[in-house]
Each structure stands twice: as structure tokens, then as C-alpha cells.
Design a protein around this ligand. Structure first.
Ligand code: FAD
Length: 379
């Protein structure tokens, strides 16, 4: 086997790039695709979301956003965000309290349209405005984060090589590669790769659709992004149009190789259109101009798999970033680099993100984007 740098990272998405950035030492990043960041990291909605309910996700989000601010305006910018509630005005109270306690400004707004004109006429029972909320540019971020790393594109890792109970290398499409430490940052493919070493680490990719409207005068770059939480609908301006999602979820296996981006289902687009019409009169006249679907990858408890694998020395995880990987990737990179450096991160409890933790055997998905219509799946 050829001798290579000590840490090999599988995957050049946001997770792998962020680990490479924070590593104290050289990193070799292997990417199966012809370019970095072309899978989930290129398919997201660009929103840096801080108002979240799960405490572990929130810790990662807050840390990730703080690191994003340190990078300056290069990879993200402030637009503000409005989180609206149509049914249950109390649904975000805990998340708001936690965000305020962390020092972020959150305002209760009576007339949401004053800060977000697209919400004019929307029947909201409560609206929260986060003036410091950001949108981020994953492409720019990944380019910057990978600047100091060696990136090999078009190299697919086929299996992990284990000797005497320890990870010693990788079988790749270009032959075997020696590696003392490997970071699994392979997004939707991570669970299958772990299985090549006999590890059962449940991760399930879930497809979600993003729709683009025709040009609309309110879709100006400085308009806050908006999330109608209990309706399962979010939108933000994108090049003079609205980029929006009905928050659909459909469990689906990852493809054999690169290429997880999918086509829109016209029936779903029409359903989202009906919801839009019924909710946001300010944009009822828009038409559709495109869109795509992408894979978000979750563990059954919807928390990421981070740090050393308890059963396979030499393997580290940076996977299961679900729907918050753009928000949290810098925190993920910082945490995993700390584990690799031998000093676990003081701000994250290892057991909460332990790759070998006990997982529920069945978990909830929301095909329609809300609790209504939720169902249990297993696998
Ligand atoms: C529709 C949608 C909307 C989203 N919106 C948001 C949002 O608004 N805010 C937010 O914070 N997050 C959002 N996300 C989530 C975010 O995009 C993801 O959490 C994040 O991109 C995951 O990054 P990753 O690096 O783990 O995975 P990926 O970007 O998928 O990267 C994994 C990489 O590993 C490579 N790889 C896999 N297997 C191998 C192999 N065997 N050999 C070599 N390379 C391999 C892949 O080719 C890929 O490049 C959204 C996601 C989707 C799909």
C-alpha cells in the first residue's frame, strides 16, 4: 500500500471540508464525484437556522453560526428570518427562550409583514423575528475550507480495510490506500460504507423538494427568509424568485455513486402551490420556474454521528447532518478535529452524538412536512 497522510477524509461536502479546515495537520480528502460539494451540500436551501428545538442540534447550530461569523461576509450574509405560527402560537416558546439565553436577539412581531412583506395577509397567530439570521453560500464555503487540504476527485471508496480489529486503510476505485485515521463524512453513503466493516450504524437518506417560482418583485436579496413552522412551508429570495419548500420527506436509498439530486414531482409541486395560495396572498400570482430534490441524511434520533467509533479504532464520524448541515458544519468540523487531536470538545457531550449509541428501531417521518400525516418507519 502507498504511504499517505495520517488523516483521510471520505467526502468533500460541507462536513468533510469543515473537518479538513480545523485539522491540525495535513488532510487527504477523497471525493467520488468530479467536484467537491456537489451532493446534499449543493442541494440545500441556504438558511442558517438558529431557532431550533432539539438542544444538541441547537448547540451545534449556535457554535456553527459563531464560526461562520468569524469567517466574515465571504460565505454568508445577514438577512434576518421570520418564524411564523399558523396553528399553535406557543410552539416555539422554548426555542425562543433558549436562543435569547444564548445572547441572540429574537423579537415578537405583531405585524410580520412590516419586516417580511411576503407575509402580508398571512393568517399568523404568532411571529418571531431573528434579525441576525443568515443565509450562506455552501459553494464559497467549501472552496475556502478545502484550501489547505489535498483533494482527490473521482476517487470512490469501496470499503474500509480492517486488520486485527483496527481500521488500517481503504479500498478505493484506484486501489488500496493506507490510512491510520479515517473520517467518514460521506453523507447519504456513510451507513453503507460503515457496513463494509461490519458496523451497523443506521442512517437514512430522506428526499426533500425545493421549488423555484417565476420572478417576483418582493423577492429582493435583503428580504428575510421565512419559515411557517406548523404549516411546513419555508421560502427565501433567490435571484429575484422565491425558493421554497413544502418540507416533504420521503425515505430513499442513496444511489450507487454520485448523483443524488432528483427531479420534482409535479403532483407535489401542485400541492405546495395550493398551500401557498391559501397562506400567502402576497405571492398568489407566481408560477413555477423549476426546482430540484435532494437527500438529507438522518440517524433515527435525528442527531448526528460525530467523533470516534466505539467499535472500530481509527474510524471517526462526521455524518447524519440531516437538515442542519449548512448551519452546523463548522461546529461539526471543529468537534471532529478536536477528537482527532485527542481532546474531546468541551462544549459537546460525546454520548449525545456517539456513533454507536442506542437508536430507536422505529422513527417518525413527515411526508407532508407537518405532524399531520406523520408515520413511523423502520429499517
Ligand atoms: C433540500 C435540502 C434542503 C436543505 N436545506 C438546508 C438549510 O436550509 N440549512 C441547513 O443548515 N441545511 C440544509 N440542508 C442540509 C445540508 O445541506 C446537509 O446537512 C449537508 O449538506 C450535509 O453535508 P455532508 O457533507 O454531510 O453531505 P454531502 O454534501 O452529501 O457530502 C458527502 C460527500 O461524500 C461523497 N462520498 C460519498 N460516498 C463516497 C465514497 N464512497 N467515496 C468518496 N466520496 C464519497 C459524496 O460524493 C459527497 O460529495 C438541506 C438539505 C437538502 C437536501
Amino acid at each position: 500500500m502507498a504511504c499517505n497522510p495520517r488523516t483521510v477524509i471520505i467526502g468533500a461536502g460541507l462536513a468533510g471540508a469543515a473537518v479538513a479546515h480545523f485539522l491540525d495537520g495535513p488532510a487527504l480528502v477523497l471525493e467520488q464525484g468530479s467536484q467537491a460539494g456537489a451532493e446534499a451540500s449543493a442541494q440545500n436551501a441556504g438558511m442558517v437556522r438558529l431557532l431550533v428545538e432539539d438542544p444538541v442540534e441547537r448547540r451545534l447550530a449556535l457554535r456553527g453560526e459563531a464560526r461562520l461569523r468569524e469567517l466574515g461576509e465571504e460565505g454568508s450574509r445577514v438577512t434576518g428570518a421570520v418564524h411564523g405560527l399558523v396553528h399553535d402560537p406557543g410552539e416555539l416558546d422554548d426555542a425562543v427562550a433558549a436562543l435569547r439565553a444564548a445572547g441572540h436577539e429574537v423579537q415578537s412581531v405583531d405585524r410580520a409583514a412590516d419586516v417580511a412583506p411576503v407575509l402580508a395577509g398571512a393568517a399568523l397567530r404568532r411571529a418571531w423575528y431573528v434579525p441576525g439570521a443568515r443565509v450562506a453560500d455552501p459553494h464559497a464555503l467549501i472552496q475556502r475550507l478545502l484550501a489547505g487540504a489535498e483533494l482527490r476527485r473521482g476517487v470512490q471508496v469501496r470499503s474500509l480495510i480492517v486488520e486485527s480489529g483496527r481500521l488500517v486503510g481503504l479500498q478505493t476505485s484506484q486501489g488500496p490506500l493506507h490510512a491510520e485515521r479515517v473520517v467518514l463524512a460521506a453523507g447519504a453513503w456513510a451507513g453503507a460504507l460503515a457496513a463494509t466493516a461490519g458496523l451497523h450504524r443506521p442512517l437514512f437518506p430522506v428526499r426533500r423538494s425545493l421549488l423555484l417560482t417565476t420572478p417576483h418583485p418582493l423577492a429582493r436579496p435583503e428580504h428575510p427568509w421565512c419559515w411557517l413552522e406548523d404549516l411546513g412551508l419555508y421560502l427565501r429570495p433567490e435571484a429575484g424568485r422565491w425558493l421554497l419548500s413544502g418540507c416533504d420527506e420521503r425515505v430513499e436509498a442513496a444511489p450507487q455513486g454520485p448523483g443524488s439530486r432528483g427531479e420534482l414531482d409535479p403532483d407535489w409541486r401542485d400541492q405546495v402551490g395550493e398551500r401557498l395560495l391559501a397562506t400567502l396572498p402576497a405571492i398568489e400570482e407566481v408560477g413555477w420556474s423549476g426546482g430540484w430534490t435532494g437527500l438529507r441524511t438522518f440517524a433515527p434520533d435525528r442527531r448526528p454521528l460525530l467523533g470516534p467509533d466505539p467499535e472500530l479504532p481509527g474510524l471517526f464520524w462526521a455524518a447524519g447532518l440531516g437538515g442542519f448541515g449548512l448551519t452546523a458544519h463548522l461546529a461539526v468540523g471543529e468537534a471532529v478535529a478536536a477528537w482527532l487531536g485527542g481532546a474531546p470538545p468541551a462544549w459537546l457531550r460525546s454520548e449525545e452524538v456517539d456513533p454507536g449509541r442506542t437508536m430507536p428501531r422505529r422513527w417518525v417521518i413527515r411526508p407532508l412536512g407537518t405532524h399531520h400525516g406523520s408515520r413511523l418507519v423502520s429499517g
